[in-house]
Design a protein around this ligand. Structure first.
Ligand code: SF4
Length: 281
C-alpha cells in the first residue's frame, strides 16, 4: 500500500497563530474565546478542560467575570470589538491578518459609498464578520445563481471581496457574471493563498489515488470544500474527523491512499490517521 500525505495538510498560518495565542495566555484567567477557537472538537474540548471558556455571543459574555477575550482567526464584526471593550473586557485579537485585510478593504470602500459584494457562505462567521465592517450596502452572494439574479443600478460602484476559503474557480465564474453585466467593479481577490494551495494539491492528489481521506471537523467549511473537490476526482473520498470514523473502511495492499486535512486539523490527529492506515496493511 502506498500512503501519500498532502504537504499542505493541517493547520494553516492563521489557525496556528490563533491556537498559540490561547496557549500564550492560558495562565491568565478568566480567559474566553469568542466562538470555538477552531472548528475542531478535540482541540476545543482539550482547552475547555484547561479552563478556557467558549462564549457564543455578547449576552453570554456580559454575565461572566471580567477577563480576556480571544477573537479567533475568522474575525468578528466591528461592533463586537466595541461591545467587548465597552463592557470592561480586554481583547486579544487573533484575527488572521488575511481576514483583517478584507475588513480594511470593506471599511475603506464602504466609506466611499461603494456597494460591497461578499462572495461566500452567509452563515459562516468569517463572512458575517466581514459584512459587519461595511458602513454602506453589503450583499452576500453564495452561488452563481445569486450572482445571475442580482440586479443593481449600472452607475453604482461595487467592490467585490471573497471569503478566504472560497473555491477559486467559483470566484472567477462569479466575477465574469458581474463584468458581463457592465457594472463598475473593483475586484479584490481575497482568497487565501494557503487555501488555494491546499485545494489545488488536494485536487491533484485525489485524481491519482484509489481512496482519499479528508480529515477535519464536520463543521469546518474549508474541510467540507476540500472533501467536495476530492470527491469530484475520486469516488472513494471520505470525510473523517478521527480514526474512529475509519472503523468500517477496508484498505487493501495494492491501493494508493491519499490523505489531506483541513486548516483546523491538528498534526497529532493527522499522524494517528496515517499510523492507522499503515497498520491495516
Ligand atoms: S485559511 Fe488563510 S485566511 Fe483562513 S485562517 Fe488560515 S491563513 Fe488565515
Amino acid at each position: 500500500m502506498e500512503v501519500i500525505v498532502a504537504k499542505s495538510a493541517g493547520f494553516c498560518f492563521g489557525v496556528d497563530r490563533a491556537v498559540k495565542s490561547v496557549y500564550d495566555n492560558i495562565d491568565d484567567k478568566p480567559l474566553y474565546t469568542y466562538g470555538p477557537i477552531i472548528h475542531n472538537l478535540q482541540v476545543v474540548e482539550e482547552l475547555e478542560d484547561k479552563g478556557i471558556k467558549v462564549v457564543n455571543d455578547i449576552e453570554e459574555l456580559l454575565n461572566l467575570p471580567k477577563g480576556k477575550v480571544i477573537i479567533r482567526s475568522h474575525g468578528v464584526e466591528e461592533k463586537i470589538y466595541n461591545y467587548i471593550r465597552d463592557n470592561g473586557f480586554s481583547i486579544i485579537d487573533a484575527t488572521c491578518p488575511y481576514v483583517k485585510k478584507i475588513h480594511r478593504i470593506v471599511n475603506d470602500y464602504s466609506k466611499k459609498g461603494d456597494t460591497i459584494i461578499i462572495i461566500g457562505d452567509p452563515n459562516h462567521p468569517e463572512v458575517i464578520g466581514i459584512k459587519g465592517w461595511s458602513s454602506s450596502k453589503a450583499i452576500i452572494i453564495e452561488s452563481i445563481e445569486d450572482a445571475k439574479k442580482l440586479q443593481l443600478p449600472t452607475d453604482e460602484h461595487i467592490c467585490i471581496v471573497a471569503q478566504t476559503t472560497l473555491n477559486y474557480l467559483k470566484f472567477q465564474e462569479i466575477i465574469e457574471i458581474f463584468l458581463d453585466k457592465g457594472y463598475h467593479v473593483d475586484i479584490k481577490d481575497t482568497i487565501c493563498r494557503a487555501t488555494r494551495d491546499r485545494q489545488e494539491e488536494a485536487i491533484q492528489l485525489s485524481g491519482r489515488v484509489d481512496k482519499m481521506l479528508v480529515i477535519g471537523g464536520k463543521h469546518s467549511s474549508n474541510t467540507r470544500k476540500l472533501y467536495q473537490l476530492c470527491k469530484n476526482q475520486c469516488d472513494n473520498t471520505y470525510h473523517i474527523e478521527t480514526i474512529e470514523d475509519l472503523e468500517l473502511l477496508v484498505f487493501s495492499k495494492n491501493e494508493i491512499i491519499g490523505i489531506t486535512a483541513g486548516a483546523s486539523t491538528p498534526k497529532n490527529i493527522i499522524q494517528e490517521v496515517i499510523t492507522h492506515v499503515r497498520s491495516t496493511e
